[in-house]
Design a protein around this ligand. Structure first.
Ligand SMILES: [Zn+2]
Length: 252
């Protein structure tokens, strides 16, 4: 896909990601009176290779970086140029450290603007790393509503409204879904995942995601992934589902 970019804080940011980010930035400013800043946007493959090389060779000034082709800071990353590293204009660590007031606020509110705090689920955790969950199509993305759930339109990327689904596809394949592990949720992904829920989590329904399937997903997330909430998918349930997805992606 050919992406279009704009520049924020000197960093390359995909157009749809930038639009969503500006709304998140405005909300952050309203809340704290501080500027939310992009410290790293999208890299070319060459730039990612240089960062990775610096990291594995322990050169001064180089931090943890994924190998080329594995970072969503990269145009050719697993799900496209979705990642932003963020900091803020405050005097202390702010959004760059897990558990601070501003980090907690951002992690809790970002989903309403189409971002997931993906780095909070990395190992080691990266408080500053966020990923856009909406469409990267060059047609204008619908403006994320300022409240409630994530901005991912159902079915556009995956039906769950989370950034990735390859970990769920791995589960689906174990339960008879003949799917590729490609982040594209199709009928075979749905088939295997529904079977997983039937065999383990009391689901009695067809392969289509709806309220009854969400209730089964909620049972799974409450039992295994620290979810404390009801059966209605909101940002907290989606964050738990993304944790489960990421862990299964790495484990299976
Ligand atoms: Zn990052």
């Amino acid at each position: 896909m050919a992406y279009t970019y704009t520049t924020i804080n000197g960093e390359r940011v995909q157009t749809n990601v930038a639009k969503a980010f500006e709304q998140l930035r405005a909300a952050f400013k309203k809340q704290f009176g501080l500027n939310l800043i992009v410290s790293s946007g999208t890299r070319t493959r060459e730039e990612q290779a240089r960062l990775y090389d610096g990291w594995i060779n322990r050169r001064p000034g180089f931090n943890l970086a994924a190998p080329p082709g594995q970072s969503n800071h990269e145009e050719s990353g697993p799900s496209g140029p979705r990642a932003l590293d963020l900091r803020d204009s405050g005097r202390d660590d702010g959004v760059t450290v897990i558990g601070t007031v501003r980090s907690n606020w951002l992690a809790r509110n970002a989903p309403a603007y189409g971002f997931t705090p993906a780095g909070h689920f990395f190992n080691p955790r990266e408080a500053w790393h966020y990923e856009y969950t909406g469409s990267l199509d060059s047609a204008p993305a619908p403006a994320p509503a300022g409240g409630g759930s994530t901005a991912t339109p159902a079915g556009e990327y995956n039906p769950f409204g989370i950034a990735f689904c390859a970990g769920l596809q791995k589960i689906a394949r174990l339960y008879g879904g003949n799917t590729a592990i490609d982040q594209k949720w199709g009928a075979q992904s749905a088939k295997g995942f529904a079977q997983f829920l039937r065999q383990n989590w009391g689901y009695k329904g067809n392969d289509v995601l709806g309220p009854v399937m969400w209730a089964a997903i909620a049972r799974w997330l409450r039992a295994r992934w620290g979810y404390q909430g009801n059966d209605v998918p909101g940002p907290v349930m989606r964050a738990a589902l993304q944790r489960a997805e990421t862990a299964n992606y790495h484990a299976l």
